[in-house]
Design a protein around this ligand. Sequence first.
Ligand code: NAD
Length: 439
Amino acid sequence: MNLTIIGTGYVGLTTGTCFAEVGHHVTCVDNNPEKIETLLAGRIPIYEPGLEELVKKNVAAGRLKFTTSTADGVKSGDVVFIAVPTPPQPDGSVDLSFIEKVAREIAECLTPEIGYRVIVDKSTVPVKTGEKVAETVRRYAPQGVEFGVVSNPEFLREGCAVDDLLHPDRIVIGSNDDRALALMHKVYEPFVAPVLVTDINSAELIKHAANSFLALKISYINAVSAICEASGADVEKVAEGIGTDKRIGRQFLNAGLGYGGSCFPKDVKAFIAISESLGTPFGLLKEVERINGDQLERFLAKIREKLWVLREKKIALWGLAFKQNTDDVRESVAIRVAKKMIAEGATLIAWDPEAIETSKRFSGITEGIEYAPDMLSALDGADALVIATEWSHFANVDLTEIKKRLRTPLVFDGRNLLDPAAAAATGLEYHSVGRPAAG
Ligand code: NAD
C-alpha cells in the first residue's frame, strides 16, 4: 500500500520505517527542513536501537521517502497518518494546534481527483478529537472530496520502538467508517497481533487510560517504597511478591525516581483535564502525580542529608536520558534531579551513553554541568555519585572503580541498579530507593 506519515519524529519515523519494512511504500513528511535534510543525507536525527539500519535498508529498497511537502504526501498516500506533537498547555490540557493545523493542511491538499483518503490519527489525543478532525477537514476541503477518519493510537516504547512496532501486543483501530476500516485492516495485514476494532472515541480513550494506568503502577510501587524505607522492608522483594500474581504482573513495579519522559507526565495531566472537562473528575490521577513529585523530593532529601550542603560539592551524575536505550531527555527525571542539585550550588560531572548531545541542546541546563568523556572519569574526585537512568552500563560497573575514583564513597542510586551487599562490601556508602542499607 502507499502510506504517508505526517510528522517524522520519534513516532512518525519509526512507524513509517516499520511500515516500509513490512512491504508498504511510505512517504514521511516533516515541516522541519533540517530534519528532512538529515534523513535525505542518510543520517537519522534520533537514537533508537536498530532504526538506522532499517531506514537505510528501506530507503535503498525504494520503499521509504522523505519530504517537506504535505501536498506530495497526501497525493501519494492512500492512508495518511498524523504523528505530530500534542504537548501540554499550562493548565494540563492538550495543545491540539498541531493536529488542527495538519487537518487543515491535509484538507487543502485533497481534491476529488485524488480520490478517497483515510486520515489516521496516531498522535495521543483527547477523546472526541477525531470528530473535530473530521469537522475541520470537511470545512477546509473542496466540495466533493471523500475521506474517512480513524484513531490508531501508538503504544511503542522509546528504546525498543522497532520491536514494539513490528511485534505489537495489540493494534487498536477506531473508526465509524467501514471503508476506512477495510483499508486499515490491509495496512496491518502483515503484522501478527490481535486487532481491536472500536468506535473512534473508545480508541482515543484507550491510549490515555493505558498510559495513566502505567503511571499509576509506577506511583503505586513508589508509594510502597516510602513505606518500605520507613519500616525497614525491601521494596524489591515486595514488588516480586506482588508482581508474581498474574493478575498484577511484575512490569512497571520498579521503585525509583518516578516517571518522566515525553508521554507519561503529559498524558496523566491530559487525562485529568479530559475527565474534568467531561464533568467526571479523576482524583486518583492527581494522587499519582503527587506521589511522583514526592518521590523525587524524598531522593533529593537523602542526598542533602548526607552531603549536608550541596554548594561547592562536585557530584558525578550517571544518566541524563529519561530511560535507558534512548537519547531523549524530554521531561527526563534525571534532568530534573540535575537542575535541582545545580540550583543548590553543586557542580555536576555528567555522563550518559547516548544523551549528552541532546542534553546540551534541549535540557535547558546552561551552567553548573560538565560532560565527562566516559563513564568512569565522571567519578574522578567527586563527592558523590548519583545514578539517575537505568542504563545497563551502570548496573554492570566494577564497584571498586567507584570506590577508587570518588573523593568520598557516597552513592545515591535512584534506579536500584547496584546490589546493596556488594556495594557495602566494596566500602561504598550506598543509598537506594526502598531498600535497607546492607551491612
Ligand atoms: P516528536 O516531537 O518527536 O515528532 C513530531 C514531529 O512532527 C516533529 O518532527 C515536527 O517537526 C513534526 N511536525 C509538527 N507539525 C508538523 C506539520 N504541520 N507538518 C509536518 N510535520 C510536523 O513527537 P513524538 O514523540 O513523535 O510524538 C508524536 C505524538 O505521538 C504525540 O502525540 C505523542 O504523545 C505520541 N506518542 C509518542 C510516543 C513516544 O514514545 N515518543 C509513544 C506513543 C505516542
